[in-house]
Design a protein around this ligand. Structure first.
Ligand code: ZN
Ligand code: ZN
Length: 148
């Protein structure tokens, strides 16, 4: 099993939590990003590397999968057994930003965006060439591009 098989929309990849109780496949976008917000920092023990997978997430095993409602609009999926953060989604919508590092194969992915750059601690910085957005810019983009 090499974890990559062609789907109609793109390459479907395999991912899982640390203990393996939660296993899934999804079709990630080609470009991934990182969220530097304080909630993601606390949740993931670092910035949250995520990739938009739309509604393509399919669980092979989800007995230990749970959702934590972290804000009025956001929910965070994780494994109850080992605590691995797995995805972020808008409450009530099946639009998932999946943990990039939960996938088996990510060497070919591109890292292009950093959001909530204004909440990034000063003690580190990525050298990748990325598009950087503040939290205010992210909220403005959501408000302008979607109806909720
Ligand atoms: Zn687990
Ligand atoms: Zn965040």
């Amino acid at each position: 099993m090499n974890g990559a098989q062609k789907d109609s929309e793109g390459v479907r990849r395999k991912g899982r939590c640390l203990c393996g109780a939660v296993q899934f496949t999804a079709v990630p976008a080609a470009e991934a990003g990182v969220c530097h917000c304080r909630m993601c920092q606390r949740w993931t023990a670092g910035p949250f590397f995520a990739v938009d997978c739309g509604d393509s997430v399919v669980f092979d095993s989800d007995d230990d999968y749970d959702l934590y409602r972290s804000s009025e609009w956001g929910e965070r999926g994780f494994c109850r057994k080992c605590g691995t953060p797995l995805l972020w989604k808008l409450h009530g919508k099946n639009q998932c930003s999946v943990s990039l590092t939960a996938f088996d194969e990510i060497d070919d992915m591109r890292f292009t965006t950093e959001i909530f750059i204004d909440e990034k601690p000063d003690c580190y910085a990525f050298s990748n060439e990325t598009k950087k957005m503040t939290g205010a810019e992210v909220f403005a983009m959501f408000a302008g591009g979607q109806d909720s």
